[in-house]
Ligand binder design. Structure first.
Ligand code: ZN
Length: 310
């Protein structure tokens, strides 16, 4: 069994419009844009990162905004809901704030005994807010949300699968433990993680496979401390029969990827070196940062990428 995974690192989705994506995560949710770069594999598209003050692993929501991309069709084989943790007592504040910002799809429900506020992102993707006890991660207060209410980071990610069995086996191998089942959803958690510790697996046997598009989660990344731990995890996955990519340098972390049973793409990402490796913490996310292999494209990209007004 793998013991080096410390919870979620980041979650990466696709969007249809960079400006509305940016406005939603910074102005509505109050997160900090910690990096403005491009998709390293397709540099004509932005890669935008939002999180806490420094983009601590476990807080980082990232997007590839493809202009005019049609919306995805929700279904199985994907992450269906991304959950953020907020401080105790902050749910009422968020309900009012999201209403005031015209956020759609607001619903209140109880999941695993906790009051949960669900809502739509700009491309119809689903998010939830849950009050988390004993979560002492500091939130980002730079966009007008107080420390008493600011989002702490991820609480959970929910996956929808036709057959949850193989995923359950994989998560157990990755160090997660099944906690309880609520209807079709089984909750898994990792102990001694970074607080972004929960994964929910919803089993829907007859449900159609999702079609990816704007609003779809592209992949979900798990945190390991460093490159040495990452290589150990890679070896363990390969030994179990997973097809894992070589280690890829993403400038702010090192990444490996593998496709899981049911179709969800998993990544294992290192906590090092972090988002302040190429810019001052005070100015994170402001200027367009390009990896060295794409620096020669700067003039063209600055011209062709849609401007984002903060
Ligand atoms: Zn990633």
């Amino acid at each position: 069994m793998i013991t080096d995974i410390k919870g979620l690192h980041h979650i990466t989705s696709m969007a249809g419009n960079a400006q509305s994506n940016n406005d939603f995560f910074t102005k509505t949710l109050g997160l900090r844009r910690v990096k403005k770069t491009v998709n390293f594999d397709a540099p004509d598209v932005y890669h935008l990162y939002y999180g806490d003050a420094v983009g601590t692993p476990g807080s980082v929501m990232t997007y590839f905004p493809f202009p005019h991309m049609p919306r995805g069709r929700p279904g199985t084989g994907e992450v269906s809901t991304t959950g953020f943790a907020i401080p105790e007592g902050a749910l009422g504040y968020w309900k009012n704030r999201l209403q005031d910002h015209g956020v759609t799809g607001l619903t209140e429900e109880t999941a695993f005994g906790a009051d949960t506020l669900k809502f739509d992102g700009p491309d119809g993707e689903r998010f939830s807010l849950v009050e988390a006890e004993e979560d002492d991660r500091p939130g980002w207060t730079g966009n007008g949300v107080s420390q008493e209410t600011a989002i702490r980071g991820f609480q959970s990610a929910s996956m929808r699968l036709r057959d949850g069995g193989a995923m359950s086996e994989l998560l157990t191998f990755m160090g997660y433990r099944a906690l309880e089942t609520d209807g079709p959803v089984t909750r898994f958690a990792i102990e001694a993680g970074n607080e972004a510790n929960i994964l929910d697996v919803e089993t829907l046997p007859g449900k159609e496979h999702a079609a990816q598009g704007a609003g779809s989660v592209h992949h979900i990344a798990f945190a390991v401390e460093n490159r040495e731990k990452q290589l150990e995890v890679r070896r363990a996955l390969l030994d179990t029969g997973y097809q894992v990519t070589p280690v890829i340098d993403r400038d702010y972390f090192w990444a490996i990827y593998f496709r899981t049973p049911g179709g969800v793409l998993f990544e294992i990402a290192t906590n090092e070196p972090g988002f302040d490796r190429d810019e001052d913490t005070a100015h994170l996310g402001e200027a367009l940062q390009l990896p060295s292999q794409h620096e020669h494209l700067r003039d063209r990209l600055e011209d062709s990428l849609p401007p984002i007004v903060d």
